[in-house]
Design a protein around this ligand. Structure first.
Ligand code: PGA
Length: 245
């Protein structure tokens, strides 16, 4: 399976930041892993023109293809703008917009129908981990957020512990191993052999200095990177660590 480094710019980046994508593409004309960037929706079209081998995606998509939904963007619209994947069910959307598993699943179904890869996020809150509920939470989110019929080519899953996002804190390597093994087992139970090919990313405070250790963990097939994806040099160092893993 080809490994994947995906960057999530969140609500960061203006036109000048497109230079970071250009720099990333220039530094790695033929990357040894897949390199994806999800800039804000306003930059997708321009980013897709200059991204070269870097694949551009969205950070959310409405479940309907069009209609009276002020402020929303649909999966076919993202696709037309040049997106090839979309992040769905990120914990910031689950929190800020009260998105539940059923909504994330509907969005993922719509994304796949529109020809996008659905990058579905799961992850426990700190209190849930303290209460010993991590595997139950991520298992439920996975079951509820991933649509039937998803394949290795249309689905990527990111494990992102909520308490590790933007905090500089990460789980231990054993904790990551335990969750990724569980997610793989659940995917294979549901999708059979196809579930073995679905890429599992770790996300939450991945930086150049911890990336190699995380990438050595079994069933970690790459990373979803927030803050450290904004600068080409920093994200490039993570891509390089993944190429060497
Ligand atoms: P972070 O964000 O790398 O800044 O912790 C990860 C994410 O939210 O995808």
């Amino acid at each position: 399976m080809r490994r994947l480094a995906a960057g999530n710019w969140k609500m960061n980046g203006d036109g000048a930041a497109l230079a970071e994508i250009e720099a990333l593409a220039r530094a790695r004309p033929e990357p040894g892993v897949d390199v994806w960037i999800a800039p804000p929706a306003t930059l997708i079209h321009r980013a897709a023109q200059l991204a070269g081998p870097v694949v551009v995606g969205g950070q959310d998509a409405h479940p309907e293809p069009s209609g009276a939904h002020t402020g929303d963007v649909s999966a076919p619209m993202l696709r037309e703008a040049g997106a090839r994947f979309v992040i769905l069910g990120h914990s910031e959307r689950r929190q800020d917009h009260e998105e539940d598993d059923a909504l994330v699943r509907a969005k993922a179904r719509a994304a796949i129908e529109a020809g996008l890869v659905a990058l579905v996020c799961v992850g426990e809150a700190e209190a849930e981990r303290r209460a010993g509920g991590t595997l139950g939470v991520v298992g439920r989110q996975l079951a509820g957020s991933v649509p039937d019929g998803a394949t290795a080519g249309t689905l990527v899953v990111a494990y992102e512990p909520v308490w590790a996002i933007g905090t500089g804190r990460t789980p231990t390597l054993d904790q990551i191993r335990e969750v990724h093994a569980h997610l793989r087992e659940r995917l294979v139970a549901r999708f059979g052999e196809e579930g073995r090919g679905v890429r599992l990313l770790y996300g939450g405070s991945v930086k150049p200095d911890n990336a190699a250790a995380i990438f050595a963990v079994a069933e970690v097939n790459g990373a979803l990177v927030g803050g450290a994806s904004l600068q080409a040099a920093e994200f490039g160092a993570i891509v390089e660590a993944l190429e060497r893993a």
